[in-house]
Design a protein around this ligand. Structure first.
Ligand SMILES: Nc1ncnc2c1ncn2[C@@H]1O[C@H](COP(=O)(O)OP(=O)(O)O)[C@@H](O)[C@H]1O
Ligand SMILES: N[C@@H](CC(=O)OP(=O)(O)O)C(=O)O
Length: 555
């Protein structure tokens, strides 16, 4: 049921059905009024006197509605916004890179893209460090903060090299300096202040890029996502997109495009908290999520995320230089990859694409002719064995053995109630009748200085009902692949690890249909990944597959 509501001053349907989203997007492209309360569009019908004709009604039978919709020419027309192209920090790190990206965009004349940009290069890291230094009050004047000077020099140099006017970013840089000063006075960098601080990166990169496109004669319009309906929770530094975002952003971008076509240049990573109306961020790497959210909200044909690698690879190329591009992935495989540590995609970014069933293409902005990785709802798994190996380091494993004060049900319930009370999410779980082993990622939960104190709290709470063994500096090796072939995969995995003298401390498979997780020590994890990569991707598996016969039915 869609009910109009006000979020941060933006009147928008709070929760649209998927079909309603699609029809709302089509109607706004055709300047027809889609009523959020009835999730339908009605136009006057002269043939029915003062009656109306139902053009589309998201609550009615799709076939009926589509025929009506077609009669109104509601199908997407070719001059509409067609895809999203997201460029991360490495792709817009300098004036020359921005020129190359502009040329890349223009090399697809048949597309009308929405462009999503991250901050230039490592600007986000620099802004966080500048804020932390100011809060630690280890400087008497912000002009002494090298990271802030670096950001200012980078952006002024880029504006100069692109032949643009410095007034484009002067305001932002002056506000940025005042903000860092304020953090220095308060001697505190709250999560809310941190989000506002880092937002300057995307706000400046998009203004510079839009101005450059207009300078070379390509009409472009800059948008701050928090001003066009990117409505999120108020969970600063890790906000979630709210449903209301989809129709709000679609209305704004389609409406502006229909009124006066210009390539939208949208800030990645940013949103606006629906209670505080303050700037929020979507978690590190969040521009991927911005791109997939726009793709779903506007009902676009494809979402492209342009990186500095030839797509999603068979493992992190920093661990193994022979990592190869994976041509195809499903949304589920990509989501597991991202969740379990593949930096290449934001952990939550696949959800909007999966919900909107919109393909995602991971491409290399330094090598645009490489095919990249196409991520879709399903793919041919008949020949798939292992797809990619992902490593998440520095996790903590807890072995919790019941003191039998409670029965098994009560014991497990109490353990998970404790984690819920402490607001802790776990990654991997294995249980037995009287014990449970699980992993948690402290860096995802607490800031560096809090980790040990918070872990001690967890142990203290659990020791009221169990004996707890805290094992830190563990790694999760996630094997993303065809779990219909899990026996074949595990046979080879354990052969490789045994011959490398590595003892697996925990294994988990079953919850996910695409992932088998193993826990080993941090100190041996990279060696494991390289050995497994060599075994699965650098040698012929035919002999192993033949020994194991043809894949089981239903694969
Ligand atoms: N499985 C993987 N496939 C591809 N890249 C990976 C993988 N695991 C880690 N990476 C790292 O992710 C980087 C790309 O992600 P990211 O830095 O977020 O790009 P961008 O900033 O352009 O969005 C690559 O340079 C690579 O080092
Ligand atoms: N600039 C933000 C958002 C982002 O997505 O960046 P990138 O696309 O470079 O991963 C960050 O560094 O987290």
């Amino acid at each position: 049921m869609a009910t109009a509501t006000h979020l941060c001053g933006i009147e928008t349907p709070y929760c649209f059905s998927k079909r309603a989203l699609h029809y709302q997007s089509l109607c706004s492209q055709q300047r027809l009024n889609f009523d959020p309360l009835t999730e339908s569009c009605r136009v006057p019908s002269p043939s029915k006197g003062r009656g109306v004709r139902v053009v589309c009604d998201a609550r009615k039978n799709d076939v009926l509605v589509q025929s009506e919709a077609k009669s109104q020419g509601l199908e997407e027309s070719s001059n509409q916004l067609s895809c999203v192209m997201k460029f991360g920090g490495s792709s817009v790190a300098s004036a020359d890179r921005m020129k190359e990206i502009a040329e890349l965009i223009l090399s697809f004349p048949e597309e009308n893209p929405v462009i999503v940009l991250s901050a230039m290069g490592k600007t986000t890291n620099k802004l966080i460090l500048a804020g932390e230094k100011a809060a630690a009050s280890c400087v008497s004047d912000v002009s002494e903060i090298d990271e802030l000077s670096f950001v200012k020099e980078l952006h002024y140099r880029t504006v100069d090299e692109l032949g643009l006017d410095r007034s484009l970013i002067t305001d932002h840089l002056e506000k940025l300096e005042r903000l860092v000063n304020g953090i220095g006075v308060l001697k505190e960098l709250t999560p809310r202040a941190r989000d506002y601080l880092v937002s300057f990166g995307e706000c400046m990169s998009t203004r510079i890029f839009a101005a450059y496109l207009n300078k070379i004669g390509v009409k472009a319009r800059q948008y701050d996502a928090f001003d066009i309906g990117f409505i999120t929770t108020d969970d600063f530094t890790n906000a979630d997109i709210l449903e209301a975002t989809y129709p709000a952003v679609a209305n704004k971008l389609h409406g502006d495009w229909n009124a006066d076509p210009a390539i939208p240049i949208v800030t990645g990573f940013l949103g606006k908290g629906w209670r505080t109306c303050a700037v929020t961020t979507l978690g590190r790497g969040g521009s991927d999520l911005t791109a997939t959210t726009i793709g779903k909200g506007l009902g676009l044909r494809e979402i492209q995320v342009w990186k500095d690698v030839d797509g999603v690879l068979t493992c992190d190329p920093n661990i193994h230089p022979d990592a190869e591009p994976v041509p195809y992935l499903t949304f589920d495989e990509a989501a597991e990859l991202a969740y379990f540590g593949a930096q290449v995609l934001h952990p939550q970014s696949m959800r909007p694409a999966r919900e909107g069933d919109i393909p995602v293409r991971v491409k290399n902005s330094y090598n645009r002719n490489a095919p990249g990785t196409l991520i879709t709802k399903s793919r041919d798994m008949s020949k798939a064995i292992l797809t990619s190996i992902v490593l998440k380091r520095n996790v903590t494993m807890l072995d919790i053995v019941s003191t039998r004060m409670l029965g098994q049900f009560g014991f497990l319930a109490k353990v998970f109630a404790t984690f819920e009370d402490l607001g802790i999410s776990v990654d991997v779980v294995a249980t037995s009748e009287v014990s449970i082993s699980l992993t948690l990622d402290p860096s995802k939960l607490w800031s560096r200085e809090l980790i040990q104190q918070e872990l001690d709290n967890v142990v203290e709470e659990l020791e009221k009902i169990a004996k707890v063994n805290l094992l830190q500096h563990r790694s999760i090796i996630s094997l993303i692949g065809n779990v219909q072939r899990s026996s074949l995969i595990l046979e080879k995995v354990f052969h490789v690890l045994r011959t490398n003298g590595v003892n697996v401390q925990m294994i988990s498979q079953g919850a996910s249909k695409v992932n088998i997780s193993l826990i080993v020590n941090d100190s041996e994890s990279e060696r494991c990944v390289r050995a497994l990569h060599s075994a699965f991707f650098e040698t012929d598996l035919a002999d192993l597959v033949n020994e194991n016969g043809s894949p089981p039915h239903g694969s």
